[in-house]
Design a protein around this ligand. Structure first.
Ligand code: FCB
Length: 457
């Protein structure tokens, strides 16, 4: 097959998040976040792993930016640790924390790498959790807007791309219903309040970012999306897939892009549905410049009367290839992009995360031959290109992640990086996938038939 090419102004990036890479949890005045607390609670995270050091990015950011430059990235998505700049989530500012993000932004800009900060990637300051119940409390949305103000006032002379939140679905449902993520709550009522307040806080922050930025900003949010496929063609499974689609996808996309909560979701939630206050839907749907979409896999769904609220649960598809966490299903990325485009018509789409955990290691000669990641990248980029050919405005692709890092409840077991990290020494090694991705960026295209092997010696 011939080379496929991407548009000249296509954004090629990698993504990360503060708690997963920064470390330096008790340094320079950083306050604790709910993830510090969660990790230090026995039994919560794989083998008791904690993010205290993570990939030590707080100290090694300059080297990491050097690696980004070596790979040729033209954008970098990272998140700001709220409790590093506002240790209690509000009130007293920690200037040393702000200085860190200043240095990071400057280092990126010096290399011509566009910063795409995400304001909140799940690491709520613990003080806000303790004091008011965190995202279950409407007040937290207003504190978030103040945090957004602080950041745009500080960085808005250089930063013009802003992402408010990362994956509100995961924070509300895994954090407050399943209890598998911080803050480890299992309360259905709280779950949907959290989702609601995250949506509201997004809208409030959009307004603040626009009003307070010194340059016209481009503002968006990152939502995760998983196409829902019924396990069988029965009516039961089809309805089950529709219900999970409602909770997982539509409950977040619709308020933001259409200014409404899906009717079937409201009905399904019944008394669990938060009361919609006057003006909230208008606020949630404050106009954005782009939507960030994270795609990892599809979800195959069956009717399951035993599962609370949605009476649906995911099943594993037999005979397909799997990574350490999920089924590998590249076509799902095309389906995701086309569905988001057709259903919501966002101004622009960025793929803000896409990646694969595989058991990488360093070979005897110091190379990391992660050919499965190369194939994953190749096949997913091909799907992005298909969507571009349909005329859908996909503006960029951020691979998850730049480096191996702390993968939440899985700890350091899952390696997602283009760059291998030895967590004992913090030594970085660019994996074969990193070199392959660099070639793609350099050529602004790829050969969808290439195996990715023998690219580097
Ligand atoms: C996403 C998260 C990101 C990372 C990847 C693997 O849900 O946004 O932080 O953990 O999954």
């Amino acid at each position: 097959m011939a080379m496929i090419r991407f548009p000249d102004d296509f954004v090629w990036g990698a993504a990360s998040s503060a708690y997963q890479i920064e470390g330096a949890c008790e340094e320079d005045g950083r306050g604790p976040s709910i993830w510090d607390t969660f990790c230090h609670t026995p039994g919560r995270v794989y083998q008791g792993h904690v993010g205290d050091k993570a990939a030590d990015h707080y100290h090694r950011y300059a080297g990491d930016v050097g690696i980004m430059a070596e790979l040729g990235l033209n954008a970098y998505r990272f998140s700001i640790a709220w409790s590093r700049v506002l240790p209690a989530g509000k009130g007293k500012i920690n200037t040393k924390g702000l200085d860190f993000y200043d240095r990071l932004v400057d280092a990126l800009m010096e290399q011509g790498i566009t910063p795409f900060p995400t304001l909140h990637h799940w690491d709520l300051p613990q003080a806000l959790q303790d004091e008011g119940g965190g995202w279950a409390n409407r007040e937290t949305a207003y504190h978030f807007a103040e945090f957004a103000r602080l950041m745009v006032e500080r960085l808005g002379d250089r930063v013009t791309r802003w992402i408010t939140h990362n994956e509100p679905f995961v924070l509300s449902v895994l954090g407050h219903f399943m209890g598998e993520h911080a803050p480890g709550i299992t309360d259905p009522l709280v779950t949907f309040q959290v989702g609601y307040h995250l949506l509201l806080s997004h809208g409030l922050a959009v307004d603040v970012l626009r009003t307070c930025s010194r340059q016209p900003p481009k503002v968006g949010i990152t939502l995760d999306y998983s196409p829902m496929h019924p396990a069988t063609e029965t009516d039961e499974d089809t309805q089950a897939a529709r219900r999970l689609d409602g909770i997982r996808n539509r409950m977040f996309f619709e308020p933001i892009l259409l200014g409404e909560y899906p009717e079937d979701v409201r009905e399904m939630l019944g008394p669990l549905m938060p009361e919609i206050k006057d003006g909230d839907l208008r606020q949630m749907s404050a106009s954005i410049d782009f939507i960030g979409v994270n795609y990892y896999t599809r979800t195959v769904v069956r009717h399951d009367p035993g599962f609370p609220i949605i009476a649906a649960s995911p099943v594993e598809q037999e005979g397909n290839e799997y990574s350490m966490m999920w089924e590998i299903y590249p076509e799902g990325l095309y389906e995701t992009i086309t569905r988001v485009w057709h259903d919501y018509r966002p101004p622009l789409i960025y793929i803000t995360e896409n990646g694969i955990p595989v058991p990488d290691d360093v070979d005897h000669d110091g190379q990391v031959r992660d050919y499965r990641r190369i194939r994953y990248l190749r096949d997913h980029l091909f799907q992005v290109h298909r969507a571009l050919e349909m005329g859908i405005p996909v503006k960029g692709y951020f691979h998850w992640s730049l480096t191996d890092n702390f993968e939440w409840a899985f700890g350091y077991r899952m390696r997602f990086g283009l760059v291998f990290v030895d967590f004992d020494t913090q030594e970085r090694t660019i994996k074969e996938s990193g070199r392959w991705f660099a070639r793609v960026i350099e050529n602004n295209g790829l050969d969808p038939a290439s195996s990715g092997m023998h690219l580097t010696g």
